[in-house]
Write a protein that binds this ligand. Structure first.
Ligand code: AHG
Ligand code: MN
Ligand code: MN
Length: 331
């Protein structure tokens, strides 16, 4: 893409328009983009260099850690371990928050991440993602007290995801629209490929693991039944699309409309997905594009978190589709 604008240029331009901000966020984004390139390279050669399969360990979520989950986590940690800007790292693959030693004095940000999202896709060459969320904190040496990084998603400074599909793309927002960048293989630069993405107010697709249908509350079952009925006036039945990678499924919804759901279950009302590094950042992106992120009862980004790894039910996508779920869940 000759003449296309790079991620770094784009962020710097945005910061020039808001001079109270410094180059700190652009520095963090540049590091995340480099991590994305490393993970993309690891994924592309995973079948050739013994990177497939499990490590044999189980993470704080009780889930089996794949070799690539661990490798992607290491790539994030390595990129930020000598940061003077990011004070604390919180990852799906690390039980405890990791404080960055140089940044304890100077670091004003906490970085949450899901290093590799959609791990069941690793061994089958299907899409994967990395999800990130940046919050403002105080340096530990100037009044910052752990866990001051547990803030509602509404206070995120920036968030987004990298999607490793046929091409590698990075989608992010810092509260001024949603922008997409595509990794140009030759130059190793992320170049702007879509700016100010706005999503349709309703869609034709729903994305959910329907194998769990019988575990859901009645309102959710009734909603999915409703989507399958035939009614041309309301565009039903909707189609199903589900990759098993949240970032990939939400990206489809972001561009084409519709909704992604990971409901709570009667026996496990919190659902599966994690608030701080899955639901909240994706909700920030989707809200910036005109959509909604909800638990089915309340706005995801209004939730005051209690723990770094807490789970939350997620209904995310086109505004009217999400509002319809909320209506069904109330009845
Ligand atoms: P992760 O690989 O980071 O643990 O996340 C997996 C998540 C998400 O990507 C996906 O939408 C969902 O789990 C799939 O879960 P099911 O296999 O239960 O459908
Ligand atoms: Mn995930
Ligand atoms: Mn993960």
């Amino acid at each position: 893409m000759a003449g296309a604008i790079s991620l770094t240029q784009h962020i710097l331009q945005g910061e020039r328009q808001a001079p109270q901000e410094t180059g700190e966020i652009s520095g963090i984004m540049t590091q995340i983009a480099l991590v994305g390139q490393t993970i993309a390279r690891d994924l592309s050669q995973s079948g050739l260099i013994d990177l497939l399969g499990s490590t044999g360990q189980v993470n704080v979520q009780g889930e089996e850690v794949q070799k690539l989950d661990q490798k992607a986590n290491e790539s994030f940690v390595r990129a930020f371990e000598s940061s003077e800007v990011v004070r604390t790292l919180i990852s799906e693959e690390m039980e405890k928050p990791l404080h960055i030693v140089p940044a304890e004095r100077t670091g004003k940000y906490a970085l949450f991440f899901d290093p590799l999202d959609g791990s069941s896709n690793i061994d089958v060459n299907a899409p994967l993602g990395s999800i990130f969320s940046i919050h403002r904190v105080l340096p530990l040496t100037s009044g910052g007290k752990e866990p001051d990084f547990l803030k509602p998603g509404a206070e995120q400074v920036a968030a987004g995801y990298i999607l490793f599909g046929p091409s590698t793309i990075l989608v992010y927002t810092s509260g001024k629209g949603v922008h997409q960048f595509t990794l140009e293989p030759g130059s190793s630069e992320f170049l702007l490929s879509a700016s100010d993405i706005q999503m349709p107010s309703r869609g034709k697709v729903y994305s959910v693991n329907e194998g769990n249908y019988r575990k859901w509350p009645t309102g959710m079952q009734k909603f999915i039944d409703y989507l399958k009925e035939s009614d041309s006036a309301t565009g039903r039945p909707y189609s199903t699309r589900y990759t098993g990678c949240l970032a990939a499924d939400v990206h489809r919804i972001l561009l084409k409309g519709g909704l992604y759901l990971y409901p709570g279950e009667i026996k496990e009302p919190e659902g599966k997905l994690r608030l701080m590094y899955e639901a909240a950042p994706l909700s920030f992106v989707v809200e910036q594009a005109g959509g909604l992120g909800s638990t089915g009862a309340e706005r995801i980004n209004a939730i005051q978190p209690k723990t770094p790894h807490q789970r939350v039910p997620l209904v995310i996508g086109s505004r009217e589709d999400v509002e319809m779920v909320e209506k069904f869940m109330k009845e």
